[in-house]
Design a protein around this ligand. Structure first.
Ligand SMILES: [Zn+2]
Length: 404
């Protein structure tokens, strides 16, 4: 069914940003059409331009959207939104001066979430995930990446990947779900080391899941005392043999060559990058891999932010994501995080919006998404406000509404 909207205050097409592959953007690359019109069917954009120029055959369909702003759909390309319990007490303890080690000693941290996730029923995890997806969607987020990774045993991790697939089928096109396999999130205590866990659980599970064709990407927590470069090599070699793209938690706590590994395996994205080296930045600038920064995590933990400006100036494709998770960033509002981060990371407006639309879609390998150009996917966010600037100017206020 065809739909047409006219008189839209601003259509943020991102056309120039798209043609520049989301790199080295200047504010004009937003390619905003004022008093714009757009025509689309169930899947694709057919026409975009000035309201005055809308072709005559579409005029009878047109709905007037004066007082609104239309942007490409917001994409949250890094979340851990399936988990049981919460870590509010741990957050409070941290504010009150407890160290990471003390929290771990009290039984907090990721292993606590793992326990709560394993104790929850699948039905409870499903319904709580639906609630979370609906909340993200209410902010204008239309595509959401969800990682498994709080099961950390063969059976539960299998169930979590299947659960993400169930969510994907439930939401179909309304919310596009991306299923990331992160069984290599941490090494459970009962395993001797990371490579034993990888050999005994992660790789066999990947081989079992691959023929089901439900996994969209494989991810790993590459970090000192978690998974080392040899583990990454092994997992990514296997996933590429199976035809599954990869993503990596890289250079977060230490500089450990994560960006280089990402480029070597043509990863969709390298995420976090708080400690990326100059060499890592140069390598990413020449690669198709998106640098996904998660400023909410640094805010939440009170840590310095990633060197976004150095990456952007070098020509790296940069995305922002929420990293919504119970421990290090319990904030599900990507637009709020991006609004707050823009001034801290020194992003211009095109860099800011590309980071949560075009480049975030790139971090999920969604090639037809992220710009409002004929032939691209008809996936939008609609805001009831005067201009694009008003959206992020009002930190944390939600202007997003459903398409009429
Ligand atoms: Zn993460």
């Amino acid at each position: 069914m065809l739909k047409a909207y006219t008189d839209i205050n601003e259509i943020v097409t991102m056309k120039a940003a798209y043609h520049k592959d989301g790199r080295r953007l200047i504010p004009d690359d937003l390619s905003i059409i004022r008093n714009g019109a757009i025509v689309f069917d169930e899947t694709k954009i057919l026409w975009v331009g000035d309201t005055d120029r809308i072709p005559a055959q579409y005029r009878p369909l047109a709905k007037n959207l004066k007082g609104h702003v239309l942007t490409p759909e917001i994409v949250d390309s890094h979340t851990h939104l399936i988990f049981g319990g919460d870590r509010a007490q741990e957050y409070a303890d941290r504010l009150n001066g407890a160290s990471y080690e003390e929290i771990a000693k009290r039984g907090g941290g990721i292993l606590y979430t793992m326990q709560m996730t394993n104790e929850a029923s699948l039905e409870d995890l499903f319904s709580i995930s639906c609630e979370r997806i609906e909340r993200l969607h209410s902010y204008g987020v239309g595509s959401i990446e969800i990682k498994s990774g709080y099961g950390l045993n063969f059976e539960r991790e299998f169930e979590l990947s299947m659960l993400i697939d169930r969510l994907k089928k439930k939401y179909r096109t309304r919310v596009r779900i991306f299923n990331t396999f992160l069984a290599a999130h941490d090494v459970p205590k009962d395993f001797l080391n990371s490579s034993t866990y990888l050999q005994e659980v992660v790789l066999p599970l990947l081989v079992k899941l691959a023929p089901l064709r439900i996994i969209d990407a494989v991810d790993i927590f590459h970090e000192k005392n978690y998974f080392g470069p040899d583990d990454v090599h092994l997992l990514f070699t296997r996933s590429s043999e199976l035809g599954i793209p990869c993503k990596i938690h890289a250079d977060e706590l230490n500089e450990n060559g994560g960006a280089k590994l990402a480029a070597e395996f043509n990863a969709l994205s390298a995420d976090h990058l708080l400690k990326i080296s100059d060499e890592g930045i140069e390598i990413l600038a020449k690669s198709p891999t998106v640098a996904t920064l998660l400023p909410g995590t640094a805010f939440f933990l009170g840590k310095p932010l990633a060197r976004a400006r150095a990456m952007l100036d070098a020509g790296v494709k940069v995305a922002l994501a929420s990293d919504f998770n119970p421990g290090s960033c319990h904030c599900d509002n990507l637009l709020l995080v991006a609004s707050m981060a823009a001034s801290q990371l020194k992003l211009n407006q095109a860099e800011l919006w590309a980071a949560i639309t075009l480049n975030a879609a790139g971090a999920l390998g969604f090639k037809g998404q992220g710009a409002l150009i004929p032939g691209m996917d008809a996936r939008f966010a609609l805001f009831k406000t005067q201009s694009l600037s008003h959206i992020t100017y009002n930190w944390g206020r939600n202007f997003s509404i459903s398409l009429p």
